[in-house]
Design a protein around this ligand. Structure first.
Ligand code: ADQ
Length: 489
């Protein structure tokens, strides 16, 4: 008999929640990795007394380290070779699924060999989950990199409760139908008991895809599929529930951080180093074509050129986190953005008054919070975004009564944040008007809007998100009797 330990709660995500830092002498340590999902899951883990396991890639190619503990959490690394990283992750996940699921803003690339690798890696994750899951355990699978995992796990372990959450949009069937492996992906997902999406429209898009592609039927949030006898992955009849469970942030933790004396002092320092402008505009995004950075720069560049705003009064800070630099579309985007920033600054800045500060860097949470505290107007203008946690972090950090949020209607966050200054980032004239409106609105109006935005995020924080998801998973395919049954405060 193996003495291997198993767990009642298992999370699977592409990445483990830690990064390996190697010291010059060759020794190394694990540090908690930054990012939306990690922050979100941290608070869930705190509530799982009996311990839990997290299955994911450790962040470097080659052999995986042995499983190890991080506090109460068992980390179970899944190996990926350099070639697998390039085919499963950079290829199929980030160059096929990512653009397809984000409205085909750039054209998705379809390669059969990438899909074959995606399938193999999904099987590897499924095997790892089955290895660490105790009898009857709850398994929470995350995101588009692991869409085949639910059915692969169910095939081996029908005793498990399986949930899947999609952090990105689920596309309309007219776009999803382009995917040559559309049927396998849907069958993979239908292996779950509960499928969580950011917006009701994403859940509906999934239901429509199941109807159109698999001939499934839907009744409200339930998807029923009669199965097939073809013996392929996920062929058994299934009834699952697909519903919206919008993700959020650790609002009280972030507010506390933003309020700390260190962050307050740093915010003053940043403002002074920018030359104490009257208005600071801020954008914070991964450098991704979905985030609408080019459209934003176009609008701001024109506002400077038109003389509507002047660089000695208004400055725009754009933080663009390095991202997926081995994928060509991302390299091209970086060149385009840097070209635009250079051109606009060359045309409209003058000595001592820089129109745009562009930072292609990653920062710690404190620095992010300080930047939010400095921003008089936050520009969150993606062309498509599953949720966008930056919008929620910003309103939470600015509970001093200041600030204004310009928010694209194509984000999941827009659904929950109607008091933001809403914009369509494709409409450059409209975007310019909205930015000016947010700059010029009277402080009372801004304060009113910010107050209700903040209230919403405080009420629907990451703890209540996780509680809602787990309650949905427990009750699936029925609705839970009361939303937020677990972890609601
Ligand atoms: P992302 O596309 O990465 O996440 P987002 O929701 O904005 O987008 O989360 C980014 C996180 O990284 C935020 O917490 C932000 O503060 C942080 N961050 C950004 N730039 C940074 C920098 N330069 N340095 C340090 N930290 C930085 C995906 C989906 C989103 C969805 C999330 C969570 O694309 O739509 O909201 O998952 O589900």
């Amino acid at each position: 008999m193996s003495s291997r330990q198993t767990y009642d709660f298992v999370i699977a995500a592409n990445r483990l929640p830690v990064d390996r830092h190697v010291h010059p002498d060759g020794s190394y340590e694990w540090r908690t990795a930054p990012g939306g999902l990690v922050t979100a899951m941290e608070s869930v883990m705190r509530g799982w007394e009996s311990g839990a396991a997290w299955v994911g890639w450790a962040g470097f190619p080659g052999e995986a380290p042995e499983p190890f503990d991080d506090g109460k959490l068992r980390l179970h690394p899944v190996p990926l070779s350099g070639k697998e990283l390039s085919d499963y992750y950079e290829g199929f996940s980030n160059d096929t699924l990512w653009p397809l699921y984000h409205d085909v803003i750039v054209a998705p690339t379809f390669h059969r060999s990438w899909y074959t690798c995606y399938r193999e890696i999904n099987q590897r994750f499924a095997d790892a989950i089955c290895e660490v899951a105790a009898e009857g355990a709850t398994v929470w699978v995350h995101d588009y990199q692991l869409q085949l995992v639910p059915a692969m796990v169910r095939d081996q372990r029908p005793d498990l409760r399986i949930g899947w959450f999609n952090h990105i949009p689920f596309p309309p069937v007219e776009l999803f139908a382009q995917l040559p492996w559309r049927e396998s992906v849907l069958r993979g997902l239908l292996g779950a008991d509960f499928l969580g999406f950011q917006r009701p429209d994403d859940a509906r898009n999934f239901g429509r895809a199941c109807r159109a592609v698999l001939g499934a039927t839907t009744k409200g949030e339930k998807v029923e599929w009669v199965g097939t006898d073809d013996g392929r992955l996920g062929a058994a009849p299934r009834t699952v529930r697909a519903a919206a469970v919008p993700i959020s942030i650790d609002a009280s933790g972030f507010r506390e951080l933003a309020d700390s004396p260190e962050v307050t002092a740093r915010a003053a320092e940043i403002r002074a180093s920018l030359g104490d402008p009257e208005v600071v505009l801020l954008g914070v995004d991964r450098l991704d074509y979905t985030k609408g950075i080019r459209h934003r720069l176009r609008a701001i560049g024109e506002l400077f050129e038109d003389g509507e705003i002047a660089p000695d009064q208004v400055t725009f800070v754009q933080v663009a986190t390095p991202s997926r630099e081995r994928v060509e579309a991302y390299r091209t985007l970086r060149e385009q953005i840097e070209g635009m920033v250079g051109r606009i600054n060359g045309d409209v800045s003058h000595l001592g008054a820089t129109a745009i500060h562009y930072l292609h860097q990653s920062y710690g949470r404190e620095e992010m919070a300080a930047l939010f505290r400095v921003a008089d107007v936050m520009l969150v203008t993606p062309l498509r975004d599953g949720m966008n946690l930056v919008a929620k972090e910003y309103v939470t950090a600015r509970h001093d009564g200041g600030g204004a949020l310009v928010l694209s209607e194509f984000t999941g966050a827009a659904e929950e944040m109607p008091q933001a200054y809403r914009c369509n980032p494709h409409d450059i004239a409209g975007l310019k008007e909205t930015i000016l409106r947010a700059i010029r609105a009277d402080p009372e109006e801004k304060e009113r809007r910010m107050r209700s935005l903040r209230r919403r995020v405080r009420k629907h924080d990451v703890q209540s998100w996780a509680g809602d998801f787990l309650a949905g998973l427990e009750a699936a395919p029925e609705r839970p009797s009361r939303s937020g049954a677990k972890g609601d405060s």
